[in-house]
Design a protein around this ligand. Structure first.
Ligand SMILES: [Zn+2]
Length: 321
């Protein structure tokens, strides 16, 4: 699949801005330089999301996925009202509302944020203003409450308005029964950020992994808010332990309906590239020399076609080994 197609189909996310420019210019710019080259990209991302079609994937037991506004959004319907996992980007509000009401006329009563990133929480204010209780890890509320700088993007994110902030937070685990489903929210510790949580729908046997899993594409790792490659691998192990061959797995990004075999492949890719990069770093190679040695080469054909390209992913891994 061509990356251009995937970009338009999946929508942009902030994780991707620098490398999109990187790919377009074909140069070895750092994400910071790339971002400086293209300050207008935030509005481009929003414009793209505003026009993106929301695709609904119905899974089982009233669990669906909405694809097309930032990260993959899970929706659980039933008598308790709509329960959303992640909020998408606010410019998609109209499309999102249409997709939600096609599932059920009920209002959104609960919104769970898998982590603080814009492409998963930008819709919080309109959903919160509608009366939904917002649930997240305590670090997610912390980051959404303050000006947060992401160094890799040379970008300062402003705090959300009060209605968009999680009203219920937890540190390790939180369980709640809604619409006949036992939901278990579990903190991963440091993974893609240090506020990531998984959401397990027990009876439906559906696991939303947030951005600890990107299906078929190299993931972003946000070191500026506590993420790291070793935590990503540990999170993959936790996701594997929490699932069976029958579990439907929803990744934060990439093809939204996934399974344990694909997750295993993602985990093995992370481990192999981590080892390759660590070996080069131990030999004293600089970051640029490590990128030039192409430690991801065996995986690029399958995983390198989205916006976190091989060079950028190598830099992210290098940072954490
Ligand atoms: Zn993210």
């Amino acid at each position: 699949m061509k990356s251009g197609h995937m970009i338009s189909r999946r929508g942009f996310c902030l994780c991707c801005m620098g490398t999109a420019t990187f790919a377009a210019t074909g140069g070895w710019m750092s994400p910071r330089e790339a971002y400086a080259e293209a300050r207008g990209l935030v509005s481009l991302i929003k414009d793209s999301a505003a026009q993106a079609k929301i695709v609904t994937h119905r899974l089982r037991d009233n669990v669906s996925i909405l694809e097309g506004s930032g990260g993959n959004v899970a929706v659980l319907s039933g008598r308790d009202g709509l329960v959303m996992v992640d909020a998408g980007i606010s410019v998609s509000r109209h499309q999102m509302t249409k997709a939600l009401s096609a599932i059920s006329p009920q209002p959104v009563t609960h919104l769970i944020n898998t982590h603080w990133h814009f492409d998963h929480s930008d819709g919080n204010p309109w959903i919160g203003a509608g009366g939904a209780e917002i649930i997240a890890h305590e670090n997610t509320r912390k980051y959404l409450s303050q000006v947060k700088r992401v160094e890799d993007w040379d970008y300062n994110f402003l705090p959300l308005v009060q209605t968009g902030l999680p009203g219920r937070v937890f540190s390790k685990e939180h369980s709640v029964k809604l619409n006949g489903q036992s939901l278990t929210l579990k903190h991963y510790r440091s993974a893609h950020t240090d506020g990531d949580i998984s959401v397990m729908f027990a009876e439906a046997d559906v696991l939303h992994t947030g951005d600890t899993y990107w299906n078929g594409i190299y993931p972003f790792i946000d070191y500026s808010t506590g993420g790291g490659i070793d935590g990503m691998i540990a999170a993959s192990d936790a996701n594997l332990a929490a699932s069976t061959d029958k579990t439907i797995i929803i990744p934060g990004h990439g093809n939204p309906v996934s399974n344990r075999a694909e997750l295993q492949e993602f985990r093995d890719m992370l481990v192999a590239i981590r080892e390759n990069v660590a070996t080069l770093k131990r030999q004293g190679r600089s970051k640029n020399e490590t990128v030039a040695a192409k430690p991801t080469a065996a995986f690029d054909l399958k995983w390198g076609n989205f916006v976190i390209d091989p060079g950028f992913f190598t830099r992210l891994v290098y940072e954490g080994v």
